[in-house]
Unconditional design. Structure first.
Length: 678
């Protein structure tokens, strides 16, 4: 029984031992599984850290790739760059001069990274022996993506992208974890390249690099310059040493208008300058010739008034005798010679950061220079005085009353008489003319023997036709004063002037009032040398600047005198000019007199149109003296372009254009009147 009992105890002991061993194995297995799980989690965490570090590394790689670096030889450029720097979204390209392994697609850049795969001893041996590459061994399997997601523009220079925001993404091959990081990369401003200048005349031809030579200079005239450049350029400044400058490459809204937009852009046009005048007009020494002309009493004479106040009295038949008036008339002629002169225009290329990064281009030119030599001839007429000659045999050829007396004593009766007398062809014309003592004295001072008279037929007819009344005095009867005030100025322009000269005392037409419009005496006139001079200081032989031809023009004649009618003050922004109502201005709708202008009309100055902001008509009191007004006529052809000056900074016509425009108005009125009578 004991044996059996002992045997039983052994069995229990064995069973207990097996149970303990089993529990111990289970504990060890569970502990091992837990350790493996923690190890695996630690591996994932380590890979995430490695991937984040990899993203930082990739951002650094991209920053380096987008910054200039030496790519070989003397080339310093970024490894990747935008095809259009000024685009709202960039399309990035690898630089062909770089050995970068980066690939691009729009705003995305892809980098191949090392895999976290563990290699077996045999695979390592294959790599060491060179039997496999890293790519074939799948060591470059990680996909690492970079994408430009935002542009940070400079606050002062909107086209300068001073930084980009980049999203970096790395995806591992093992367990496929993905990490994302956003980083900001500061960028330097790309540099402009080189530039060239081209030129062409205003009309005809094409842009070339022919800037003339000393032996074969370009002719004086209007030209356009064109700037070409490469690299990334914001705009260019073209300038000369005289202070002129012009910006090309951007419009008035500061928008880029060219294709110099990436680091590899070839020479491309940036834009054209405004029209410029190349060539100068130099004043040579004036030659003065003085001669004396004696006009004998009893000679038949004619009177011309080619300007507002200047008369020319000439004998028709030369008859011996004595007496006569005195005075001096002056004529001015100009001759011109040409030579070559060197000038230089400069080009500055401005980068996207607003800085000039490249050397200024200096472009020499050879242009024709014209020298004007002036010949002034003074012809003095002997004898005479400054008062009306009482022995004037033609004194009674027109009415005894002066024009001023008629206005003051019987204004409406005088205008009615002028109106109906003009319609009645049987009434002698001299009975409608009124005596002008001041102008008569001027004629006699120059040796003339006769009377100067005014005629108001067309004045009266203009008042009647404009107001739709039967006779001028209807204005007074029907209290049409407001309407009359609007038409009396244009009507007064139609006053005509005649002379009656010995010995026949026949009526001769001289001029019309409308031919005389002038500047207020303090008006600042631009001289050819760039200085300013008051209108009252301009003299024959002076050279004024003609803004239309872009050269100096010699003053042929100067006129001056008091102006009875109100002056017009014309404002263009902060600039204003005060002129008589007949003064001519070139507008977008053609040549107009001052009285025809309206606020909003555009006055032209070369290719620039400036709107009129206001026009006022100055009304003087009865006790205010009439202001002195001045005007000048320039030497030149019959072309309108030869007859412009700059007054108070505004382009306006000279006396020639004034008379031409006034004559056209008179002929139109007379034609209309004749058609009405028929």
């Amino acid at each position: 029984m004991k044996f059996s009992s002992e045997k039983g105890n052994i069995s229990v002991t064995a069973l207990t031992a097996i149970t303990v061993l089993s529990l111990s194995s289970m504990y060890i297995k569970n502990s091992s599984d837990s350790l493996n799980q923690r190890t695996k989690q630690l591996g994932v965490s380590n890979r995430s850290i490695l991937l984040q570090n990899n993203n930082l590394s990739n951002l650094s790689v991209l920053r380096s790739a987008m910054s200039s670096a030496k790519l070989g030889g003397s080339i310093h450029e970024p490894a990747i760059f935008p095809t259009d720097y000024f685009a709202s979204s960039w399309n990035l390209l690898p630089n062909p001069f770089s050995n970068t392994t980066l690939t691009t697609n729009g705003t995305s850049v892809t980098i191949k990274g090392f895999s976290d795969k563990e290699l077996s001893p045999s695979e390592l041996n294959e790599l060491f022996l060179g039997h496999k590459t890293m790519a074939s061994a799948a060591l470059m399997a990680n996909t690492e993506s970079l994408q430009v997601v935002g542009m940070v523009r400079d606050s002062l220079n909107k086209y300068y992208v001073k930084a980009v925001d980049v999203k970096a993404t790395t995806k591992a091959t093992v367990d496929h974890p993905t990490t994302v990081m956003i980083g900001r990369i500061d960028l330097p401003a790309p540099l402009p390249g080189t530039s060239i200048l081209k030129i062409k005349p205003e009309t005809g031809g094409s842009f070339t690099t022919n800037f003339g030579t000393q032996s074969n200079p370009l002719p004086s005239g209007k030209y356009v310059l064109e700037v070409w450049a490469d690299g990334v350029v914001h705009h260019a400044k073209v300038w000369n040493d005289s202070g002129w400058s012009n910006i090309v490459g951007i419009n008035t809204d500061n928008q880029i208008t060219h294709f110099a937009n990436n680091i590899h852009s070839t020479l491309t046009p940036l834009g054209d300058t405004e029209l410029i005048f190349l060539g100068t007009n130099v004043l040579g020494a004036a030659t003065v010739i003085n001669t004396t002309n004696t006009i004998a009493a009893g000679n038949a004479q004619k009177v011309e008034q080619p300007t507002c106040s200047a008369f020319i009295v000439e004998p028709i038949v030369s008859v011996a005798g004595g007496g006569g008036g005195s005075g001096t008339t002056t004529t001015t002629t100009a001759s011109q010679s040409s030579a070559a002169a060197k000038t230089t225009y400069h080009v500055d290329l401005i980068g996207v950061d607003g800085q000039q990064h490249t050397t200024t281009l200096d472009q020499p030119m050879w242009i024709t220079v014209t020298t004007t030599t002036t010949l002034v001839t003074n012809i003095t007429t002997v004898g005479g005085n400054n008062s009306v000659d009482s022995s004037n045999n033609c004194r009674n050829s027109c009415t005894a009353m002066t024009t001023d007396q008629e206005y003051q004593t019987n204004y409406w009766g005088f205008l009615d008489h002028s109106y109906f007398g003009g319609l009645d062809q049987t009434i002698p014309k001299n009975t409608l003319d009124t005596f002008e003592p001041g102008q008569t004295a001027e004629v006699q001072r120059l040796g003339g023997k006769g009377s100067y008279c005014a005629n108001n037929e067309l004045v009266a007819q203009k008042i009647v036709s404009s107001l739709g009344i039967s006779k001028p005095s209807d204005v007074d009867v029907n209290n049409l004063w407001t309407q009359f005030a609007a038409v009396v100025g244009p009507a007064k322009d139609l006053e005509q002037y005649y002379v009656y000269m010995e010995p026949a005392c026949q009526r001769q037409y001289v001029s019309q009032r409308n031919g005389c419009g002038c500047f207020e005496e303090s008006t600042q006139i631009l001289m050819a040398n760039g200085s300013l001079r008051k209108a009252s200081q301009i003299r024959r032989g002076d050279i004024l600047w003609n803004p239309m031809t872009q050269r100096g023009a010699v003053v042929r004649d100067v006129v001056a005198g008091p102006e009875v009618l109100p002056l017009y003050t014309i404002k263009l922004g902060s600039t204003e000019i005060k002129v008589t109502e007949g003064h001519p201005f070139l507008t977008s709708k053609g040549l107009k007199q001052a009285k025809e202008l309206m606020a909003g009309d555009s006055v032209l100055d070369g290719g620039t149109a400036t709107p009129i902001t206001s026009i006022t008509r100055d009304i003087r009191s009865a006790n205010t003296p009439d202001p002195e007004v001045w005007n000048f006529e320039l030497e030149g052809s019959s072309s309108d372009d030869d007859h412009y000056v700059v007054a108070n900074g505004i382009m306006t016509g000279d006396l020639y254009l004034q008379k031409k425009l006034g004559k056209a108005k008179i002929e139109k009125v007379e034609t209309t009147h004749e058609d009405t009578k028929q």
